[in-house]
Ligand binder design. Sequence first.
Ligand code: HEC
Length: 109
Amino acid sequence: MAKDPCKLNLQIMSFILLMFLGILIVTGCSAPMGNPEDGKRWYSMHNCFACHGPNGNDGKAPVVNNLGMSYWRFERIIRNAGSPIMPKYPEEKISDQDVADLYAFLKAK
Ligand code: HEC
């Protein structure tokens, strides 16, 4: 017996809808949660303070405390600031999680 074409369409539609929901959830949650306490450690461990100052606003380089930029912009700058002065920090040096920690630390500072 042939299936009711209306029911079949409904099944396909709900499947597609679920796929979209899944993609939305995955992309929405993919900015990792950072821990400001750990970020504080990475900030001194990677010598950020040498240029940006111990408080993020008292160095020679631009102010980085009280960050207003998005996580994604921040990550791009850490990986490659496009500056002759600020070093590039690839994932082997600062993991995605550590970038998230630094972001949480500087945003709250
Ligand atoms: C050797 C000096 C130096 C070190 C070390 C350094 N930075 Fe930078 N940083 C700079 C300079 C200079 C700029 C400005 C680059 C430009 O815009 O050309 C900058 C830019 C930035 C910016 C963008 C600021 C803005 O508002 O555009 C952020 C965020 C940042 N640094 C974070 C960090 C973090 C976090 C660390 C440690 C992991 C770090 N920097 C280490 C020199 C440094």
